[in-house]
Design a protein around this ligand. Structure first.
Ligand code: HEM
Length: 580
């Protein structure tokens, strides 16, 4: 402890002494009090325990250095061991090995795969609404949904399966005949072949639900366990591996045949399989082994599934709370797509326009307020590292575990346009969901920047629909839900396109209102005056806001519990009129 205190003292940073367990608790709960800590200790501070020095950073200038000086501040890949179940991947490697993975995986997120994401997300959004309409007591005009979270999770899985792996998935009740020649037994059908005892979706559900065991114990030990839970988990683990292997073979054959080369490389996995068929000598460093194709496919599924699903789920919930804002959203969607049905919406023109409207603004605002990864970890492995911000230079001690606090920077009044809160007594509204801050009318010169976030310091450049001047572009290091620099998320556009398509296709046809049946039934609401309706809705708004504020971060930030909502055909809203 004394040694760590001495290192903290000489760092020049404010620090607090704590135990390691309290650091863990801090990390786990930090999103609840990131701002109080920032106000008390400053934007960059240390917590010191006998076994560890921990640094939290909500300063933009420092964040930029943490993401661009990739040799000085490295990714502590050991933290990701929990998801490393099929071997090392792009997410869980560092240095030269990571470069090899990245060289293959990042370009696989191409314009071709993005256009698949767009098409599939529109289709899945419509199918999801169909499923809601068939729930007990619902019809196609009024659809009560107890919890939208499991549905957005299924949707995200289906989109990754289609755009990531080239395998379309169906919702329960959809006719498997629809799949035609793209049916793959067990992977997207209920018929099992070979040694399979579970479908792909069943194995995945078991695996995701109990992944923690695989992180704690090696497979060889679990194999000796007498517990049913462990046996089931191991079964799911090996069947998932089998499914990925079968998928690799399927894609190899597609590529071999040549006739469907285009089809075989449209999705993200196609280029990975292609890279595994090259010899290391012929590939200029861009090759993967077959097992690495599987480990990366798994990681793509894992990293891109709950994250996008949570943003879609939360955006829906925020719009149900903020009916006036929902009105603005629908107006923008109507203006952009007009009377065209979603099968005529274009990736080239409509996507960009939707992104630069209330749709993109609301997604960015959800990511700002509720980033799925509340902290982005880095570590100092070698000598202490200088860090310069606000005109001073401090020294980050060796072995310091760093958290770039996404919540801390993204709610920091210093960096964001803000007004006094309309729902609390705070003098800023950065803890509130205010999508309009992203729209041009609220742009202020002070927040303009020259940074083009479509370029990483690896020199990789991809076309971007979100680097034009449609939405506010915060300074570098301030808006970091996808991290920045070389280790930034390669699935950023994938998820932006997915959530844009889903919100647009749903709000084009439906309005979303909170269920108020806890206070009044439908007949009672019918008889209420406008003021009475507003009063009852405000109770529901308060409860839904409290639910979101009580979210917890396990691996990702997630709402715990649910709030029932009603999707109603546009024009049949019960409460929307009270808020205009
Ligand atoms: C709202 C959605 C998403 C958010 C907020 C998000 C956030 C992030 C963040 C913060 C990182 C950096 C983690 C770190 O450095 O420790 C990351 C990395 C990664 N993400 Fe995402 N992500 C999202 C969606 C996706 C999607 C849809 C995919 C794939 C389909 C994906 C694939 C990956 C991969 C493969 C990495 C590792 C990159 C590397 O280490 O080089 N993500 N993501």
């Amino acid at each position: 402890l004394n040694r760590n205190i001495a290192a903290a003292k000489s760092s020049g940073l404010p620090y607090r002494i704590s135990t390691y367990l309290l650091i863990l608790a801090h990390v786990h709960r930090s999103w609840h009090y990131a701002q109080e800590m920032r106000e008390e200790l400053g934007e960059v501070y240390l917590i010191v325990s006998p076994s560890q020095i921990f640094m939290s950073c909500s300063n933009a200038e420092a964040n930029v250095q943490l993401t661009t000086r990739k040799r000085d501040f490295v990714k502590p890949v050991e933290l990701y061991a929990i998801v490393d179940i099929y071997g090392p991947s792009i997410l869980t490697t560092e240095g030269e090995e990571w470069k090899r993975h990245r060289k293959v995986v990042a370009p696989a997120f191409s314009e071709k795969s993005n256009s698949l994401v767009w098409k599939e997300s529109l289709r899945q959004g419509l199918e999801m609404a169909k499923v809601w309409s068939k729930l007990e007591g619902n019809n196609s005009r009024v659809m009560k949904v107890e919890d939208t979270a499991p549905y957005t999770a299924t949707l995200a899985l289906h989109v990754i399966s289609a755009a990531g792996f080239g395998v379309r998935q169906l919702w329960a009740g959809e006719d498997e005949k629809k799949l035609g020649s793209s049916a793959i037994p067990g992977f997207n059908t209920s018929r099992l072949t070979g040694n399979h005892t579970l479908t792909f979706k069943e194995s995945l559900k078991t695996l995701l639900g109990s992944i923690i065991w695989l992180a704690i114990f090696p497979v060889s030990l679990l194999q000796k366990s007498p517990f049913q839970l462990h046996k089931k988990l191991l079964r799911a683990y090996s069947e998932c591996n089998e499914y990925f292997l079968e998928l690799c073979d399927f894609k190899s054959k597609q590529l071999e045949l040549g006739e469907t080369t285009e089809k075989g490389t449209m999705d993200v996995m196609g280029p990975l399989v292609k890279a595994s068929e090259k010899s290391p000598e012929d590939s200029k460093g861009a090759y993967l082994t077959k097992q690495e194709v599987i480990s990366n496919s798994w990681i793509i599924l894992f990293a891109g599934h709950e994250t996008s699903a949570n943003i879609a789920h939360l955006s829906l919930l925020f719009f149900a709370i903020e009916l006036e804002k929902q009105g603005h959203l629908q107006k923008d969607i109507d203006e952009i797509v007009g009377s065209r049905t979603s099968d005529h919406w274009s990736y080239e023109t409509d996507l960009g326009r939707l992104w630069n409207s209330w749709v993109g603004a609301s997604i960015n605002e959800t990511l700002r307020l509720m980033p799925p990864l509340i902290d982005i970890p880095k570590i100092v492995r070698g000598a202490p590292q200088p860090l310069t911000f606000d005109g001073k230079t401090v020294e980050v001690p060796t072995s310091t575990m760093i958290h770039m606090s996404a919540v801390g920077a993204q709610r920091n009044p210093r960096y964001w346009p803000h007004s006094p809160s309309k729902i609390s007594n705070k003098n800023h509204d950065l803890d509130d969901w205010v999508p309009e801050r992203w729209l041009s009318s609220t742009k202020k010169d002070a927040h303009k920047t020259t940074h083009n976030d479509s370029e990483s310091d690896d020199g990789e450049n991809t076309t971007s629909f979100d680097s034009n001047d449609g939405l506010l572009v915060p300074p570098k290091g301030v808006f970091i839900p996808f991290s920045e620099g070389a280790r930034a998320c390669p699935g950023r556009r994938f998820s932006q396109i997915e959530v844009t398509a889903v919100l647009a296709v749903i709000f084009r046809s439906y309005s979303l209102e909170l269920d108020v049946s806890e206070w009044a039934n439908d007949a009672q609401v019918e008889k209420m005056s406008e003021d009475e309706r507003r009063a009852v809705y405000q109770k529901a708004m308060g409860k839904a806001r409290a639910l979101i504020a009580a979210s917890q971060s396990e691996i990702f930030l997630q709402v715990r519990g649910n709030y029932p909502v009603k999707f109603v055909k546009r024009g049949e809203e019960k409460f929307m009129g009270c808020f205009f």
